[in-house]
Design a protein around this ligand. Structure first.
Ligand SMILES: Cc1cc2nc3c(=O)[nH]c(=O)nc-3n(C[C@H](O)[C@H](O)[C@H](O)COP(=O)(O)O)c2cc1C
Length: 339
């Protein structure tokens, strides 16, 4: 088992990658993203054959951040090739699970990590059209996504000849009407097609008959946004964090009676106890803080399990969750600072 978590001090548990520059002015712009190495991973990916990109992501061990923890590269591999059908990538930005609040801050502060990840994923699965299904209530995020996509078109990362084989790539940003069930991937597809969002019977799975009955990958925002860093810094770097089965970093949301609530980016495998330490601990007499990873209706963990490592499938006690204010970064806390 890889054990690269440095437990010598709380700060060393943090691995800011997606949140590395959230506190910079206009962190959501293309210029700031590129100043921090943005779109370098894309250049590497476009120079590789699509199947090699899939294999690389598979070997990185990245698992879906939408809740089920399905290996991302494997999901991409399920898309049939040479079938003469359009392939689609659909990014699940519905994030309506109570207490889950990491995709929205990520999209507000660093939307280009998603746009870059989308281009890489579309190159890999040979798709010329991606959709971002965003929960419609979050209008500031919708605006920011539209702006980031427009910047990417203007810079040539999207549009005519954007892909490695000279193919075109378009992104459609879709604002959903807001229903919890539309976070479920097949209900989301129905909603995207203009119908009432209701889960579909499976099989067929989306990889075979998804959006408009064509092969479709549905991935969570954070899953796709993590791909550029993997391509840029390497799969070994990614695997040096977390555990063997759940490598890498992820965004944790801390809320409730904790001294410093907010978003914390740390390796998988961190324990709830360590996470609460990062947040400055619980207030005296309050035991109701919650630490949260994404996922529908996750199991509640009793307090006695607070020393268990987190995995992509685990969540801790659910609860209210929001990252309310800019922090003084005394512990290099990465908090979402609203629009
Ligand atoms: C009721 C329900 C709600 C869900 N809500 C979300 C959601 O808001 N965001 C999300 O990414 N996945 C959600 N999922 C999981 C998705 O169905 C799907 O597994 C996920 O988007 C796949 O992405 P990943 O492989 O990158 O994790 C939900 C699942 C269920 C059953």
């Amino acid at each position: 088992m890889t054990e690269a978590v440095d437990r010598t001090s709380p700060e060393k548990l943090l691995t800011p990658v997606l949140s590395a520059f959230w506190d910079e002015d206009e962190s959501w712009t293309l210029d700031v993203y590129r100043a921090h190495g943005g779109y370098r991973g894309l250049a590497k990916a476009l120079a590789m054959p699509p199947d090699d990109v899939i294999a690389y992501v598979k070997e990185s061990g990245l698992r879906g951040r939408g809740g089920a923890g399905f290996p991302t590269g494997m999901k991409w591999q399920f898309i049939p090739q040479g079938d003469d059908k359009p392939h689609y990538l659909v990014v699940n930005a519905d994030e309506s699970e109570p207490g889950t609040c990491k995709d929205i801050p990520l999209l507000l502060a660093n939307p280009h990590s998603l746009v870059e990840g989308i281009v890489i994923a579309c190159h890999a699965i040979r798709s010329n059209h991606a959709f971002i299904y965003l929960r419609g209530e979050v209008v500031p995020v919708l605006r920011r996504l539209h702006a980031a996509v427009a910047e990417a078109y203007a810079a040539g990362y999207l549009g005519k000849g954007a892909l490695g084989d000279g193919g075109d790539l378009d992104i459609t940003v879709h604002a959903g009407a807001g229903a919890y069930i539309c976070g479920e991937e097949t209900a989301l597809l129905d909603s995207l097609e203009g119908r009432r969002g209701q889960p579909r019977l499976r099989p067929p799975f989306p990889a075979v008959a998804g959006l408009y009955a064509c092969p479709t990958v549905v991935n969570n925002v954070e899953s796709i946004a993590s791909v550029p860093a993997i391509m840029d810094r390497g799969k070994e770097w990614f695997r040096s964090m977390g555990s063997e089965k759940s490598p890498g970093f992820t965004l944790y949301s801390l809320s409730g009676h904790v001294a410093r609530p907010g978003q914390y980016e740390a390796p998988l495998g961190i324990t709830l106890r360590e996470l609460l330490q990062l947040g400055g601990g619980c207030g005296r007499g309050t035991g109701s803080s919650s630490g949260r990873r994404a996922g529908p209706r996750p199991p509640c963990s009793p307090r006695s399990t607070s020393t268990s490592p987190s995995t992509t499938r685990a969540s801790w006690a659910p609860g209210r969750c929001w990252a309310p204010r800019r922090s003084s970064a005394s512990t290099k806390r990465r908090a979402w600072c609203g629009p």
